[in-house]
Every structure is written in structure tokens, then in C-alpha cells.
Design a binder for this molecule. Sequence first.
Ligand code: NAD
Length: 547
Amino acid sequence: MTATQTMSSTSARTFRILAADKLASEGLDYIKAQPDAELVNKPGLSEDELAKIAGEHDGMIVRSGVQVTAKILANPGRLKAVARAGVGVDNIDVEAATAKGILVMNSAEASTISTAEHAFTLLMALARQVGPAYKTMCEGKWDRSKFMGRQLHGLTLGVVGFGRIGRTVAERALAFGMKVVAYDPIYNAPTALDGQVRMSKEFTAILPECDALTFHVPLTEQTRGMLGTDTFKVCKKGVMVVNASRGGVVDEKALLEAVNAGQCGGAALDVYDEEPPAADSPLRNHPKILTTPHLGASTVEAQKAVSVSAAEQLIEFLRGQGVRGAINAGGLRVDLDPIQSAFVDLSRRMATLITPMLEKGLGSVAIELTGKPLFPAAGTIERTVLIGLLQSHLDTPLNIVNVAHVAKERGIGLRTITIEEDKLAGEQLAITVESGDTTRRIVGRVYRDMRPRIVEINGYHMDMVPAGAMALVQNEDRPGMIGLIGSEFGTAGVNIADMAISRRDIDGRVTALMVLKCDTELPQALTNRLTARPGILKVATVKLPEE
Ligand code: NAD
């Protein structure tokens, strides 16, 4: 090979990587060390400047300092991927990237150990009152009798959220001789970490036995305020609380009340409803509340790890060696015919719709596919069902690349039964999910108009297009219920666009299920009012994509 040939083939393989944010030097060094990569280190550019040059690069790495807007991605040129060194991708317009076929990836795992160590540091400091004791030393005092602590060995720690960080905290707590119980609705095994951690399917069930609670959950509708006035009442008196997950998971007002009343023995917070909290926030300077300014991932090691990990992932992808940490499924092609595509879409809607009915967590999942034309799409439908069932519990956006791994990690069993075509009925999809001691089932079809339909939910038959803001109201089957529900919606200013009613008789007790499609999302106050009305047994709401 001649010198000229070598040069030209090398330049053809060179990936230009734009570091658009200030990155730890290890990540930059990693890129520089790659023979097939060229680093363009330009932190601090304006949106216009970035929009002008983004397309001249194969990949871009950012932290949280740059907004990767639709404008920047509008003319992608040779840009194939954006990697976030860190977890949150709020600063990247993922939808715009997906539309342009650009892969977005994060490096969530790289900060797990640092965040878990910080949560454990907070727990230890809380148990020994390190914060207030240090303060008195700074004031020139020597108050030995004031700071009686707790020994962690032998205490019971409740880990709420048993994902990456929760598990890592649990390992550390076990090493300290603590008993560990954990709650995670999508962890489907009675124990974890070789039987050392007892898993609970109910949050409130672990509260009376825990001397300390530590939260490692995303902020979702279910987790917002999960430790609040009511749940504090169930806790052991004097419980210690650590929150290094997301502000809002522990209700701040309820926490202050519980701490002041002695129901909570002390709290340590790294995250807040509003960040930073107001300078005069009662959470600051409270003798029983230890606070840090969102430091979970702020270690030299984590910053180095996220930066190297983002660089590695990006280059691996550009070289065609694989995809890690994918946020969108950019570049992934799924060849499906129109009926299969319609069922894939339906499957996600069905799984999302059934999720609020799984009050006792997520157990094993069974999928029945009726109709031969659907069989080639079975794998895609399985993954899409899992996305629908799991997404509301997780921060990380799930996609058909990463969802199987996430489900496996949590021990969620899935089996698919394929049934040869039923000549009369045509194709049909049924999803059955175990939730504690109950089973939930939803059945859907796509007719010739190619619109998705729900034809059965838990034995109630109907014909409803699942789309937009929806409410499921189960009630006793007696006169006046439709009027009552309708007037509550009217009073709340929520217009009902479509409605299906079905009833069923279980052992002589007749109940009805109303499935309502609304023009706007249901305010929580309406759900609360409905739930409080006599005769209404259950209310669940869900937001599905429009048709
Ligand atoms: P993860 O996705 O690996 O785990 C989250 C777990 O929470 C999942 O297993 C999920 O099933 C569970 N969960 C969801 N809803 C729940 C509920 N209602 N009750 C109980 N469990 C529930 O995420 P991770 O990497 O372990 O991160 C956990 C949290 O820590 C996230 O909110 C993340 O944003 C936060 N975080 C904070 C810092 C910091 O600086 N303080 C740093 C990194 C991550």
C-alpha cells in the first residue's frame, strides 16, 4: 500500500467528535488517543454557532451546559449521534434528534457508585449527627452529651427503588451489618442480592419495620410525595430519611412536620422540589435536617467516568461496534407491514392503559397473539408491551433496544403464545399481567379501518379507540352512576369525547366499567372527588398518544 493510499483510507475512517461542553480531560484524552477519531473541543458556543458547525461532525458530546435544540439538529449533515456525559437528557431535544435519525445516548451507569456512596454518607452522618455536631465545634463549643447517635449495625434499612443506585446502597448497608428490606413495584422476586434483601410488593408494608429509609426512584406520578403525611404516620417513630434521588419524592412540607413532631428522627437531603431551594427555606439550617447541594454524582471519579463512558459509547457506535445507553432507537429499522405496525402501536397503548390497574406491582406477563400475520412481529410486540408496562416507573427512556435487558434485570417473566388464525375474529392481541394476587387482562384488535381498538378489559367488553387522555372508572352497577360521573366531569370542566360502558357479574355482584376518552387530562382533584363518591370503586387515568 502506498503512503497516499494509507492517508486517504485513514482520513475516510476518521470520526470528527465535537465536545460542545466542558468535559473531564480523561474523556477528551480518550478521544485523542483513538487512531480513527479527531477531537474538536469547543465548549461554550452559542446556539447559532453550534447550529452552523454541528453537521460537520459525526458525533457530539455534551454535559448539561448546552441545549441541543431542534435548530442545532435541523441540518444534521454527517451528525449521527449525540452523547450525554451524565444521566438527564432534558437539555437534548430527543424528539428532534429521533426525527433526524440521530442516536441520543447517556452514560447513566457511570455515576451509580458515587451517588450510592453519597446516600450512604448521608445516612451515616445522620445517624451520628455529624452536621450539627460539627456546627457546634465551629462555634467553639464542646457539646458531647447533646449528640447521642444510632449505630447502623442491626438497624433495618428500607431501600425504596431497587434499580442501579438502590441495589448499590443495599450492598453497602449489608456490609455494615444492617438488615435490608426493599420496595420496587417492578422487581419480581421475593428476595434480592442472594437472599439477603427481602423485597416487598407494597411500600407501606415495609414502613413500620424500618429504622431508616433511603429513596432511589425516579420522579413519576406514583413516586411524587410517596413519603408524605399519610405514609409518615405508618413509619416507625424516629425513622431516619435519606433522599438523594429526586426532589418531590419526599414531600417537603410533610417532612418538616414529621421532623418537628418527632415522628421523623432526622432527614438528609441531596435533592429538592426546587433547586436551589430558597435561601430562607426552612429545610436549611434545621437542626434535624442535613442538606447537600445535589452532590450525588459530584466526584472526580464519576465525572471522569461519565466523560470516558460517553466518549467510548459514541466511538463504539460510530465504528458500528454496538449501541450502549441508547435513549431513542435512532438508526434501528423495523420492517413491518401495515397490520403488524398497527398492532405494535396498539400493543404499547394497551400496556400503558393496563399499567395503572397494576396496584400490586408488576409480575409475569403473558402475551397471546392470534393470527398468523402477526407472528413475524412477535418480538417487536413483546418489547413494545414491556416498554408500555415499565416506562412510567423509570427515568431512562426505554426503547426496543434496551427494554428486554431492563425487564430481565428485574426478573420480569414474559411468555408469548401464538394462536393460528381465528377465521371469524381476525387478528387479536391479549396481554395478561400478574399483579400480586390479582390478574389483569386487556384485549385489543385492529379492524379494516386500521384503527386500534380495545375490546376487553378484565372481562368487561367494549369497543374503544385508545388515544389521548383516558379514564377508567369502575363502579357499582346501579341507576344514577352515569349521571353522577358525568356531572363530576362537567363540574371539573373536563369534556368527555367518547365513552364505553360495560358490566359484568362476578358471583352475583354486578359492577360496571366506564372507559372515558377526554379532551383534556384529568386533574388530580377530579380523580380524588370521584374516588370519594359512594358506589365508585376505582378510578385510573392514563395519557396515551393521540391517534
Ligand atoms: P434506575 O432506573 O436504575 O432505578 C430506579 C428504580 O426505581 C427502578 O428499579 C424502578 O422500578 C423503581 N421505581 C419506579 N417507581 C417506583 C415506585 N413507585 N416505588 C418504588 N420503586 C420505584 O435508576 P438509578 O440510576 O438507580 O437512579 C435512581 C434515582 O437517582 C433517579 O431518580 C436519578 O435521577 C437519581 N440520581 C440522583 C443523583 C444525585 O446527584 N443525587 C445522581 C444520579 C441519579
